[in-house]
Design a protein around this ligand. Structure first.
Ligand SMILES: Cc1cc2nc3c(=O)[nH]c(=O)nc-3n(C[C@H](O)[C@H](O)[C@H](O)COP(=O)(O)OP(=O)(O)OC[C@H]3O[C@@H](n4cnc5c(N)ncnc54)[C@H](O)[C@@H]3O)c2cc1C
Length: 399
């Protein structure tokens, strides 16, 4: 039951309706095929998205995208995210990589990659996490990029890299200097055709694919494939985090909303002892808790979106949103499965898929513990600052 009493622009209002219909009638019915990696179905749905005028909405208009600003895209991201596959099918999943290339790549490389990336002819993965080191600790990164003639030689392994098995290009975060300093990391664009690049295996993540382990075995790339300056890797990676985490949180709220809709519909229909399940207090408790979690997560996620769209510092808002949205999706899906009984465990309900996303959500984009710790530190700092001219004011409000 999202709050529809909005102040959206007519364009965004209309887009919300059209995206909602597209996701409900085209993407959700195809989820099983998309889970199985059916590329023909994905290509067909992408064509439909182009025909429907819904392709690549937040990508730069000068390269063929829809040109929605982050603020406008945030207003449709929850609706789009009702299926975890929809951002890929609608071409908006390329947003973070496109922004990185647009903002920081060598002009020639930018003009080569961006039109194809926006049109969907070229796909790109982002490779940071490595086997053998904690993903939330950049100091643990072992992949190196060393100067090689006029370019770079890259050696290392990455894993859990979404889409890398079929990607044409990989943005790889590599160490260009020893030590734990922020300036020791850089980002390079590596074509999947480069000698020494290898897809090691597809990882089975709770019974589904799409995540890959990849290897760079002395891969060489020209200097023009460095993204931004040498040593700017941590800064560039940080730049994409606030937007990326906020988008994921919005999408998880969309899926949590879907779980609550399934839960309530089933509770109203299913009768036990000639009474709808919805009349049982224990069931009402589950409905209450799931709806409370979704509404709270939506409110926190909208706060994060507002701060990110306004380019304000948003660590606290994004930290709360990420954790709240992951929890809401887990809780709402778990309760929906319980109310469906055994049928809830079957793929036909779509609930196991939501549960899988929910479980990964607590680890993805930095594990929840990392966000809890970092957010709590900031909260403590804010509350214990020497008093300012405005006493009794919540120091975190409106950050
Ligand atoms: C479906 C999926 C898709 C992904 N896609 C990509 C991708 O495209 N590109 C990419 O680079 N990576 C990707 N990842 C990797 C993801 O970003 C990492 O898994 C994540 O950052 C956590 O890193 P890790 O798995 O190494 O866990 P670690 O960092 O080793 O953490 C393991 C556990 O340690 C605990 N922990 C960690 N930090 C703290 C702390 N500060 N306080 C207390 N406890 C803590 C937590 O319980 C945590 O779950 C993906 C992962 C998944 C599951």
């Amino acid at each position: 039951m999202p709050d529809e009493s909005s102040t959206l622009s007519p364009r965004c209002e209309q887009l919300r309706t059209r995206i909602r219909d597209f996701v409900a009638h085209q993407v959700i019915p195809a989820e099983a095929a998309l889970d199985a990696g059916d590329r023909a179905i994905r290509a067909q749905l992408r064509e439909y998205a182009v025909e429907a005028g819904l392709w690549a909405l937040p990508l730069p208009a000068r390269y063929g995208g829809g040109g929605l600003t982050p603020a406008d895209y945030f207003t449709v991201a929850e609706i789009e995210g009702r299926s975890d596959h929809a951002p890929e099918v609608l071409g908006s999943a390329a947003l973070l990589n496109a922004r990185m290339i647009d903002g920081h790549a060598d002009p020639e490389l930018r003009e080569k990659l961006l039109p194809a990336l926006v049109s969907g002819q070229l796909t790109m993965s982002y490779a940071m996490t490595e086997p053998g080191g904690a993903g939330s600790d950049p100091a643990a990164l072992r992949t190196t990029a060393t100067p090689d003639g006029t370019g770079w030689r890259i050696t290392g392994r990455k894993w859990f890299i979404t889409g890398a098995g079929t990607a044409d290009e990989v943005l790889v975060v590599a160490r260009t200097a020893p030590g734990a300093m922020r300036e020791s990391l850089s980002i390079l664009a590596v074509p999947a055709t480069a000698p020494g690049f290898r897809v090691v295996r597809e990882l089975d993540v709770l019974g589904t694919g799409g995540q890959y382990e990849i290897e760079f075995d002395a891969v060489t790339v020209p200097a023009s494939r460095l993204i931004g300056a040498v040593g700017a890797g941590a800064t560039l990676a940080g730049e994409r985090l606030a937007l990326g985490r906020t988008l994921r949180a919005l999408r998880w709220v969309g899926q949590a909303q879907r779980a609550v809709e399934l839960l309530t519909e089933r509770a109203a229909q299913r009768r036990v002892d000639d009474q709808p399940l919805a009349e049982r207090q224990l069931v009402q408790q589950m409905v209450f808790d799931a709806e409370l979690a979704v509404r709270s997560a939506r409110a926190l996620t909208e706060q994060a979106a507002a701060a990110v769209a306004a380019d304000r510092r948003a660590h606290v808002e994004v930290g709360f949103a990420k954790v709240a949205a992951a929890r809401a999706l887990g809780l709402a899906t778990d309760h929906a499965i319980q109310i469906f009984g055994a049928e809830g465990l079957t793929a036909a309900t779509g609930l196991p898929r939501l549960l899988r996303v929910a479980r990964a959500a607590r680890i993805l984009d930095g594990p929840d513990e990392f966000h809890i710790e970092a957010t709590a530190r900031r909260v403590i700092r804010e509350y214990t600052r020497p008093p300012t001219a405005a006493p009794n004011r919540n120091p975190l409000a409106g950050n």
